[in-house]
Design a protein around this ligand. Structure first.
Ligand code: BGC
Length: 367
């Protein structure tokens, strides 16, 4: 079955090659250099700019750089959280003759519609960061997302142990219910937290998903949680944006620093919250590696080469099919190893150690 898809995709690649070579110079946010006549164009659709700082900063920057370095023309656009716009961008890329389409879906339904259309036009497809359920992309590049959740769960356990609370109530602020990653993160942290609830060491508090990872809604949701349960002592927040929303509410209640909050993405804001003692940990995902792995696949496909880097597989739980994958390792970050994120050049000291944070940076060994 999968062989069939590949054969079709490969045939399509050859067929669209000449069209792509004559194509225009790409869309609005093109990080492009014209490729050789046999190299096709790559289209990339990023999801939004609000659910996490990463998309407009890290992913865009690293992807642009990778395609430019390879001399492959790339049209990189952002759907701004709008599913209709996502489809419009995809239609534009498909009709402009891209040879490879890489997407971060806004949900699996619209993602699948786009992947189906691309496949119908003989375009190779890559799911970037989020697996499109039943989408049948040719490749998937991401992190071990269950591991991300495990690191968050373990981080919260450690921070709560340091506070020496007796039977702390833990609230969970999950990511978007339409993002398969949010499901995997939860699977990971619940595998750590559930045994603690079951043994009575922790008390299970409110547990809610945040639609579309919307940070403002996360604040409203957490405010309600705290009003209904003043005794919340720990917050498993699925990313730094949701974590910051919870921290803002805790600040208004003068509880920041007393209630450990987790995060993900190692955003400047998340790291500063850690430096301030308001956030317990974040998960650093080396997005440069993710962007490099995905662009390497896309570049090979754009050049009609068969990529050799996707050595793993991910089972799509809906279709039951295995998607050839690259899955990278996430890293847990606390005050003790914040400097690793700077050493990796993901954020700079100048971005992080501004104003009031300068002292905390020195204390954290950031020089
Ligand atoms: C990504 C996270 C991100 C979240 C919200 C997830 O799919 O893996 O890195 O924080 O979406 O954009």
């Amino acid at each position: 079955m999968r062989k069939g898809v590949f054969a079709l995709a490969a045939a399509g690649l050859l067929a669209t090659g000449s069209i792509a070579a004559c194509g225009d110079s790409g869309g609005s946010d093109s990080g492009s250099t014209k490729g050789s006549s046999s190299t096709g164009k790559v289209g990339v659709i990023l999801p939004d700019t609000k659910s996490s700082a990463r998309w407009a900063t890290a992913d865009l920057t690293y992807l642009k750089a990778a395609f430019a370095a390879a001399g492959v023309q790339a049209d990189i656009q952002n759907a701004q959280g709008d599913k209709t716009q996502f489809q419009t961008i995809a239609d534009g890329m498909i009709s402009s003759g891209v040879k490879v389409l890489m997407i971060v879906n806004l949900d699996s339904g619209t993602g699948k519609a786009v992947l189906d259309k691309a496949r119908g036009a003989g375009i190779a497809t890559i799911d970037y960061d989020r697996l499109t359920l039943n989408g049948g992309a040719n490749y998937y590049v991401s992190f071990d997302n269950v591991k991300v959740g495990e690191l968050q769960g373990k981080g919260l356990v450690d921070c709560l142990a340091a506070k020496k609370y007796d039977k702390p109530v833990v609230a969970e602020l999950n990511g978007s219910p339409t993002d398969n990653n949010a499901t995997l993160f939860k699977q990971g942290y619940d595998s750590v937290l559930k045994p603690k609830y079951d043994s009575g060491e922790f008390q299970k508090g409110p547990d809610q998903s945040v639609p579309e990872w919307d940070n403002a809604q996360a604040g409203t949701i957490f405010e309600q949680m705290l009003t209904q349960n003043k005794n919340i002592k720990g917050v498993l927040a699925a990313n730094d944006g949701l974590g910051n929303a919870a921290i803002s509410v805790l600040k208004r209640n003068r509880l920041n620093g007393q209630v450990p909050v987790t995060g993900q993405d190692a955003t400047v804001q998340g790291l500063q919250n850690i430096l301030a003692g308001d956030q317990c940990m974040t998960v650093y995902k080396a997005i440069k590696k993710e962007a490099d792995a995905a662009s390497e696949l896309a570049i090979a496909l754009a050049k009609n080469q068969k990529p050799s880097t996707a050595t793993g597989v991910t089972r799509d739980p809906e279709s039951g099919k295995d998607v050839p994958s690259v899955l990278l390792e996430p890293q847990s970050i606390t005050k003790d190893n914040i400097k690793d994120v700077i050493a990796d050049k993901f954020v700079t000291k100048e971005q992080l150690c501004t104003g009031d944070y300068a002292k905390a940076c020195t204390a954290a060994g950031i020089s």
